[in-house]
Write a protein that binds this ligand. Structure first.
Ligand code: SF4
Length: 476
């Protein structure tokens, strides 16, 4: 998916840009980029980070970057930031999201303006260049951003580095966050993750609403150039899995939500005869702590993650290597497995392959029972708004494979499989349980997950779980 960080500063912005961008490394693993604007104009570096950390790749570039304004990104959608020359002036741009109608927008551009694109991603146009092109068709940045938001199907939050300052714009439905931080010296930062602000001395001063855009300037402060729209569909999965625990979106802390998710799971379970609660590292940890707290069962670490060489940002995009990484990075602690009835909390079950790989040694290590609780409901739909899902084909999803097995058609009776009170839902869960070789398996109820987040359902995207699109082209 990716993340971004932008800064305007009275002095050099480079140190803040470097570390602020690095704090988004958990959101992507393909490309990293940094770009600054200073007395000598624009300077930019882009590196492949698929096999190395952002910091190690960019450390050598920091001395060459000189300027007071900058934008940086972690990208899963090609090279970024791009430098664009247009009638609006030369500007830099970085985006987060996915453009589902990229082909249609490209064809329109070729037909109506005979446009050409320089940055190619796979066989198509680099989506960030498409956004830049849409913006440049209009008379000014505000109109250009609004027009791009209206034309893009999918989602797109963006940062633009221009001679007037840094523009920050949130996706029209607010699926991803854009938050503004300020230092006591007046420096301003725009960030996806609020955890990027704290250690750099920024305090959150503003959260952009859906579709809202602002211009950040080191002396003039924050100027709104587009008001927020009414409809928000913020990605609920950010709190459950993708977001960093120390971050807050809509003022709600990620770790806190995960803790409440675990508590809700425990409250639904009632009293269980198990010896310990275990979090599947790292993202299951907070859910398990919440479960442990609410149930009174001890929390234990039956797996340790080998963090010195397996940080999350190294997770590769191809499935076989990902499975190998999943197998290698977690090391079982037999002392906390043998003769134990264990309840594992996991953030989500997408394909189920990683869970199966993680747990396959548990019986030979002497586990007596293996219970699993998922902090979110069964995933029945691949994300089409953020490139979020680790899965593309429907039958890669564990829940769809179960439906295929039960119905002979993975599209059959979806209304019943999304309803946790039906017999079909129970049969689907039981099939997944059996497939994974578990003693018991339960998923969080959607209403409990939403309550744990603490935002009304109509302000959240829950498409992964219930297929609700909520999208209405005329919806402001
Ligand atoms: S479909 Fe799922 S991952 Fe994608 S934006 Fe919606 S909740 Fe988030």
């Amino acid at each position: 998916m990716g993340g971004f960080f932008g800064v305007v500063s009275a002095g050099s912005c480079v140190q803040d840009l470097f570390f602020g961008t690095d704090y988004h490394s958990h959101l992507g693993n393909q490309r990293g980029g940094m770009m600054v604007w200073g007395e000598k104009g624009f300077k930019r570096f882009i590196h492949d980070i698929s096999n190395a950390q952002f910091r190690s790749k960019f450390q050598v570039d920091v001395d060459e970057l000189k300027g007071s304004r900058g934008i940086g990104c972690i990208s899963d959608t090609g090279d970024q930031p791009l430098i664009v020359s247009s009638h609006l002036g030369t500007f830099g741009i970085t985006t987060v999201g996915v453009i589902n109608n990229l082909g249609e927008l490209s064809r329109n551009a070729f037909r109506s303006t005979r446009a050409h694109f320089a940055e190619i991603l796979g066989e198509g146009v680099n989506p960030t260049e498409m956004v830049a092109s849409l913006i440049s068709l209009e008379a000014n940045f505000a109109d250009g951003i609004r027009s791009a938001q209206d034309k893009i199907q999918g989602s797109c939050s963006m940062l633009l580095l221009a001679k007037e300052g840094v523009y920050a714009a949130r996706d029209r439905y607010g699926r991803t966050p854009v938050i503004i931080g300020q230092k006591s010296d007046g420096s301003l930062a725009a960030t996806f993750e609020t955890c990027a602000l704290d250690n750099l001395g920024f305090k959150v001063v503003r959260r952009l609403g859906p579709g809202e855009a602002v211009l950040l300037h080191e002396r003039n402060g924050i100027q709104q150039i587009l008001p927020p729209r009414k409809t928000m569909r913020m990605c609920a999965f950010l709190w459950i899995y993708y977001g960093f625990p120390a971050s807050c979106y809509e003022g709600i802390n990620v770790e806190d939500v995960r803790y409440r998710c675990g508590m809700a799971l425990a409250e639904r379970d009632g009293k269980l005869d198990v010896d310990a609660v275990v979090g599947v590292p790292d993202s299951g940890t907070a859910h398990a702590l919440g479960y442990s707290h609410a149930s009174g069962l001890p929390y234990k670490r039956s797996f340790a993650k080998y963090t010195p060489t397996w940080p999350r940002s190294f997770i590769p995009s191809d499935q076989p290597t990902r499975e190998l990484v999943a197998q290698m990075k977690l090391i079982a602690i037999e002392r906390f497995i043998r003769d134990q009835k264990l309840l594992f909390c996991e953030d989500s079950i997408v394909r189920g392959t990683q869970l199966r790989d993680t747990f396959k040694r548990l019986p030979e290590l002497g586990a007596k029972e293996i219970h699993v609780r998922s902090a979110c409901p069964p995933i029945l739909f691949n994300c089409k708004y953020l490139n979020f899902s680790r899965s593309r084909a429907l039958l890669e999803l564990a829940a769809r494979r179960a439906i295929q097995h039960l119905e002979g058609d993975c599209e059959a009776n979806l209304d019943q499989y999304t309803d946790c009170t039906t017999e079909k839902y129970a049969a689907m869960v039981d099939h997944i349980r059996e497939d994974l070789g578990l003693t018991s398996l339960k998923y969080q109820r959607l209403d409990d997950m939403i309550a744990a987040i603490g935002i009304p359902k109509e302000c959240l995207c829950t498409y992964c779980w219930d297929g609700c699109e909520h999208e209405n082209p005329g919806d402001e």
